[in-house]
Design a protein around this ligand. Structure first.
Ligand SMILES: *Cc1c(COP(=O)(O)O)cnc(C)c1O
Length: 432
């Protein structure tokens, strides 16, 4: 049904209207809350069942965003009978007794091991997502260096620029190389021009659009070379997607607290796959003491950005880690990377400009012209480029039909994308 609705919709306002009316008429999509006596169970069940069908349909074509849709938390269904709230600092306990902070701390311990920081030396919490992790990490940097300047590459996630505005921090955009990683030569020049102020640096461990990894070692080297010793800079690592993947890839750059970094964050609903948005933030314990205030009403320390926090989120993450194990995670990372290579090869063989960074599952290519095709496959795009993020639910069959359809709807010669993804990845008449 979803399909026939989509096909009849050729983006004209008239037809859009007609579709809305159709969906309202058959009653399924009418979600307006109007019944004073409360709606019947039967009616509500019908709506939810229909919505479930829509979701299944969407997921079968879901390629553009880095969320893993392949999971099963049915065993946790009994926990939906409880409101579990982890308000406050997970390490201080809370007077709100219905909490899951024991699970939360197990999760944090697991990440501490992954990123090589000892228990007792780290602090962290389960956030509402990567954005809150970034908010917290950059706040630590700002509190440490109130007059510091935030440096971040132009390819950073939009949350970083928003955070700079929220905190009213001076934010300097650093250029990127063609592959999307931070350009240390540009950073060097910018640092030199602002030598008098400490540096707070956000690094992309997997940039959103191109899946590029900023080089932590080279950034630290650049800082030191430019006269910024350890006590004059703070580095936050935004590892939303790759922070969870790189530790499982041999030879990949290591993301570790053994380097001079201050904090790392990941999104729990990206690689791990959680039904609700969540994330993990880890930092050094020493940084937290400057942030905290005791709050009597919750019997805890106020070290987190949000007050009430989902207790279910910690349990979802805990359950996923327990169930998969290190080996399971490693297999999933390898599978995603292999399928990403497969997609890159298929697109290239079809004469389509395409780029895939090392250690990345984000395949970048020319933005398709057909809006319906973009919508159907839920592609994300920016300017002339689009991408597919090959997650666990993406099968070879999905990729095959995606490429077949792309070729059929393409109807144009390759665009020159040499300046966006590199001449070696470009298939235009000049570069092939
Ligand atoms: C997705 C993403 C974020 C934001 O994560 P949310 O969980 O959506 O808040 C931050 N940084 C990068 C690089 C991302 O890809």
């Amino acid at each position: 049904m979803e399909n026939s609705v989509k096909k009849s919709n050729e983006h004209s306002g008239e037809e859009d209207k007609e579709r809305d009316i159709q969906e309202n008429n058959n009653g399924h999509m009418c979600l307006a809350i109007t019944n004073c006596n409360g709606e019947t169970h039967a009616k509500l069940d019908e709506i939810i069942t229909h919505y479930e069908g829509t979701l299944n349909q969407k997921i079968s074509h879901f390629l553009g965003y880095p969320t893993n849709q392949n999971f099963d938390y049915d065993a946790l269904a009994p926990l939906l009978h409880f409101h579990i709230n982890n308000a406050g600092d997970p390490f201080m306990g809370s007077s709100y007794g219905v909490n899951s902070t024991d699970f939360e701390i197990s999760v944090l311990d697991w990440f501490a091991k992954l990123w090589e920081i000892k228990k007792g030396e780290y602090w962290g919490y389960v956030t509402t997502g990567g954005t809150e992790g970034n908010l917290h990490g950059i706040l630590i940097g700002r509190e440490k260096f109130p007059d510091g300047i935030l440096y971040t590459s132009q390819d950073s996630h939009y949350s970083i620029f928003k955070i700079a505005r929220i905190y009213r921090m001076q934010c300097i955009k650093v250029g990127t190389l063609i592959n999307g990683e931070i350009d240390c030569a540009d950073l060097k020049t910018l640092l030199l021009a602002h030598k008098d102020k400490p540096a707070i640096i956000n690094l992309n461990i997997g940039s959103t659009m191109k899946g590029a990894i900023d080089n932590i070692d080279m950034v630290i080297e650049t800082l030191e070379e430019r006269g910024f010793p350890r006590d004059r800079f703070y580095i936050h690592c935004d590892g939303a997607l790759f922070g969870m993947m790189l530790p499982f890839l041999e030879q990949a750059p290591s993301i570790t607290f053994k380097k001079s970094i201050g904090s790392i964050t990941i999104s729990g609903h990206k690689f791990l796959g959680c039904p609700i948005p969540c994330g993990v933030l880890l930092t050094r314990l020493e940084h937290i003491n400057t942030l905290c205030k005791d709050v009597e009403v919750i019997g805890s320390r106020d070290t987190t950005i949000s007050g009430s926090r989902s207790g279910h989120a910690s349990i979802f993450i805990w359950y996923a880690l327990q169930k998969k194990g290190l080996l399971g995670l490693e297999n999933e990372v390898h599978k995603c990377i292999m399928n990403a290579c497969y997609l890159k090869r298929k697109l290239r063989d079809a004469g389509i400009c395409t780029m895939l960074n090392e250690y990345s599952n984000t395949v970048v290519f020319e933005k398709p012209l057909d809006c319906e095709f973009i919508r159907k496959w839920n592609l994300a795009y920016e300017g002339d480029i689009a991408h597919v993020v090959v997650m666990q639910h993406v099968t070879v069959e999905m990729l095959d039909s995606f490429v077949d359809e792309f070729i059929k709807t393409r109807l144009r010669k390759p665009l020159c994308l040499a300046d966006k993804i590199g001449a070696e990845n470009c298939t235009c008449i000049l570069h092939i």
